[in-house]
Structure formats: structure tokens, C-alpha cells
Write a protein that binds this ligand. Structure first.
Ligand SMILES: O=C(O)c1ccccc1N[C@@H]1O[C@H](COP(=O)(O)O)[C@@H](O)[C@H]1O
Length: 210
């Protein structure tokens, strides 16, 4: 089994991007959803990425953006992957010829197999606790038992993960990757290097036992 990949989302400061790199994080997420407390504009995103060593994937997160907003970010930043966290259609998500993650709000009735069929072009599905008024980055978990063993797409598990529960989440879901924002923060948009390191240890524990 490959080790579970880790994405840390909502990076707003260069020092937090470096803390991720030093802890062995695979991907960092930049939030371009204006309603988020973790929103960065392109200039801030460029500052965040300026001192980052190579081989760390950059994920650009959007929520119901205009196509032009996505294109502006892609033109200005070395984005490896897009993340769509709203009600975007498959046609829209696929229009940028870039790998993308499609977030799935795990409210009542959410059906990951159905999403896998409808978003055949997605690289992975990202089940999360958002939906309704909750835009994402909620820090809330959902019932991991609702994720089918093989839904037809790799799973990037999100929603309320932290150092204390990520090992159990990995043993329960066996996702391709885990994604965290609130659970490694000192305050909204301000990451905590010790919490990131502890989270990485939790991932190692989840991979090594059970
Ligand atoms: O992080 C945000 O502020 C955000 C805003 C809008 C949509 C998604 C957002 N974050 C994503 O939410 C999940 C879970 O976050 P948390 O660990 O529960 O805080 C994660 O995929 C973030 O990428």
C-alpha cells in the first residue's frame, strides 16, 4: 500500500507553507473562495509560494467561480490541481484541462458512487461536511462509514480531521489522501507548525497499524 498522501488547505502565509514542506506534506491548498476566512488573492498566493521547495503540489480551491477567475489563477501560479467545492458541473470542472478534485457535501442522501459516475473526469472525490450555509473548512466530521469501500474514484477524505482522529479515519476509510484545514490551525488561516507535525505523525500511525 502506498502511504496516505496529505494535503493541508487554507495556507495564507509563507511560513506556514514552509512548515508544511518541512513536515513532509504532499500538497498545499490555496483558497480562492472569497467567502472564506482563508481567502488569498493572486498576489498573496505568489508570496506564499515564493520560498517553497520543489515537489509539493499546489491545489487551487474554488467555490462556484467564474471561468475567468480560474483562468487568471492558472495563468499566474504553478497550480498542479484544482479543487471545486461548490455546485460546479462536470463540464465546467473539466474545462481547464487540469486534474481536479470534486468536493462532495456529505449531507443526508449523498451518494459517492453517483458522483463518481457524474464526475468521470475527476481525479478524485473529496467528501466533506459542507453543504447548505456551511461553505467548507468547517472543522466538522461526518460518519466515515458512509463512504463505500470502492466508490469508483480515489477518495481524498476531508472534514474535521486533526492529529487525534486522522489515524482512525485512515484505518476506517483507507483513503488515497487526507485533507485538513481547521485541525492544524492556531486561528483561522494561521497554521500551527506543531499541529502539522502531529497530524503527519497521526497519518503515519494510521498507515502502520490495522
Ligand atoms: O478552508 C476553507 O476556508 C474552505 C472554504 C470554502 C470551501 C472549502 C474550504 N476548505 C476545505 O474544507 C475541507 C475541510 O476543512 P476542515 O479540515 O474541516 O477545516 C478541506 O477540504 C478544505 O480544503
Amino acid at each position: 500500500m502506498p502511504r496516505t498522501r496529505v494535503k493541508i488547505c487554507g495556507i495564507t502565509r509563507p511560513e506556514d507553507a514552509l512548515a508544511c514542506a518541512r513536515s513532509g506534506v504532499d500538497a498545499i491548498g490555496l483558497v480562492f473562495a472569497p467567502r472564506s476566512a482563508r481567502y488569498v488573492d493572486i498576489a498573496q498566493a505568489q508570496r506564499v509560494l515564493a520560498g517553497l521547495p520543489p515537489f509539493i503540489s499546489i491545489v487551487a480551491l474554488f467555490q462556484n467561480p467564474a471561468a475567468e477567475e480560474v483562468r487568471s489563477v492558472l495563468a499566474a501560479l504553478p497550480v498542479s490541481c484544482l479543487q471545486f467545492h461548490g455546485d460546479e458541473s462536470e463540464t465546467f470542472c473539466a474545462a481547464f484541462e487540469r486534474p481536479y478534485l470534486k468536493a462532495v457535501p456529505m449531507g443526508a442522501g449523498a451518494d459517492l458512487r453517483d458522483y463518481a459516475r457524474r464526475f468521470a473526469s475527476a481525479s478524485a472525490l473529496l467528501p466533506d461536511s459542507h453543504g447548505g450555509e456551511r461553505i467548507g473548512g468547517t472543522g466538522e466530521t461526518f460518519d466515515w462509514g458512509r463512504i463505500p469501500v470502492d466508490c469508483g474514484k480515489p477518495i481524498v477524505l476531508a472534514g474535521g480531521l486533526h492529529a487525534g482522529n486522522v489515524a482512525a479515519a485512515i484505518r476506517s476509510v483507507r483513503p488515497w489522501a487526507v485533507d485538513v484545514s481547521s485541525g492544524v490551525e492556531a486561528a483561522k488561516g494561521i497554521k500551527d507548525a506543531a499541529a502539522i507535525a502531529a497530524f503527519m505523525q497521526g497519518v503515519t500511525d494510521g498507515d502502520s497499524r490495522g
